[in-house]
Write a protein that binds this ligand. Structure first.
Ligand SMILES: [Zn+2]
Length: 323
């Protein structure tokens, strides 16, 4: 935890104490995350769609890598285009450890294991390719380079295609019985996906907060994103963006909402403003906010700017009033 202070110039009020958690700092300092922050494209609707699609596919890849084939959900196994009768028998044989099956239900376990492993590997390859192609197309369209994917090489068993380990060779026995001693005993599986920090950046809506910070910077405001700010009550308030206008000597906090904004949310922001002692509040929403809530918020010193992703930066800049 790093404590920082913000001294409002020309102001005899005490410093504003703010701190950022170490985990948040680690995420922001991640190479891929900082690449996407400096792109200045976080509020671009198309990039947003792409980010969520890559996150979805990355989650699928992660599930496939970390789950034993016999424990994969049936919905996923079915998408591997295997015969369902084989799948059921494979699963029961593996999970329940049934070795002796009746003649009628006999299955060739090593054979089907191989088939499933190979299908999983192919599915991961497809996902990984799709992520790279989608990003490439976006880069081409907007004529930019976005280094936001993490690449790594996994090793799979040369005999049964089971996913074994990442990067460095670890001597081991594969489940199929093959001894893994040399690199030659394996094959490679290159994977491109979001790393864990990028996933958190997306899942916890940090992309939205940093996108708003960029807009406020364009507005020539001094900004701090992702801090806890100490209120007069002694409570630390989580704030998405703190900003200060030197020109107008106005401090403000911004709240970024991906869900609906109602009267309760307005009260919470107003409470934070009052306790921290800032002049103004902003609420940015991805959704449409009814006019009566906007009017109510205005009376509390809060400006609500809705459907943020539907507006281009110019419109947003015009809409945000520093006063
Ligand atoms: Zn094997």
């Amino acid at each position: 935890m790093t404590i920082e202070t913000f001294q409002v110039p020309n102001n005899k009020l005490p410093h504003i104490f703010m701190e950022k958690t170490d985990s948040r700092k680690l995420i922001e300092e991640d190479e891929k995350v900082s690449n996407i922050i400096v792109s200045n494209l976080l509020l671009n609707k198309e990039l947003n769609g792409l980010i969520y699609s890559i996150r979805e596919i990355t989650n699928n890849i992660n599930k496939l890598i970390t789950t034993k084939p016999e424990e994969l959900p049936f919905s996923l196994l079915r998408s591997l285009r295997l015969k369902s009768s084989e799948l059921y028998r494979f699963r029961y044989a593996k999970v329940l450890g049934i070795k002796k099956t009746s003649e009628k239900n006999k299955i060739n376990l090593p054979e089907i294991s191989k088939k499933i492993n190979l299908s999983v590997v192919n599915l991961i390859k497809n996902y990984s390719n799709r992520i790279q192609n989608d990003l490439k197309n976006y880069e081409k369209k907007f004529n930019i380079t976005l280094d936001i994917l993490s690449s790594e090489t996994w090793r799979i068993c040369g005999n049964c295609s089971r996913i074994l380990f990442k990067d460095k060779l670890k001597p081991m026995n594969c489940e199929c019985g093959k001894k893994i001693e040399n690199v030659e005993d394996t094959e490679t599986l290159p994977i491109s996906r979001f790393n864990e920090k990028m996933l958190t950046f997306v899942d916890q809506n940090m992309w939205f907060e940093h996108g708003i910070e960029q807009i406020l910077k364009f507005k020539k405001l001094d900004t701090r994103c992702g801090y806890h700010i100490l209120g007069h009550s002694g409570i630390k308030h989580e704030t998405d963006v703190f900003s200060y206008s030197k020109k107008d000597n106005i401090t403000a906090i911004s709240e970024c909402k991906t869900s609906d904004v109602g009267l309760n949310e307005v009260f919470v922001v107003h409470g934070k403003m009052f306790d921290i002692g800032v002049h103004k509040g902003y609420m940015f929403s991805l959704k449409t906010v009814p006019d009566f809530i906007k009017t109510f918020a205005k009376r509390k010193g809060i400006q609500i700017i809705d459907i943020v992703l539907e507006k281009n930066p110019k419109t947003l800049l015009r809409e945000i009033s520093v006063w």
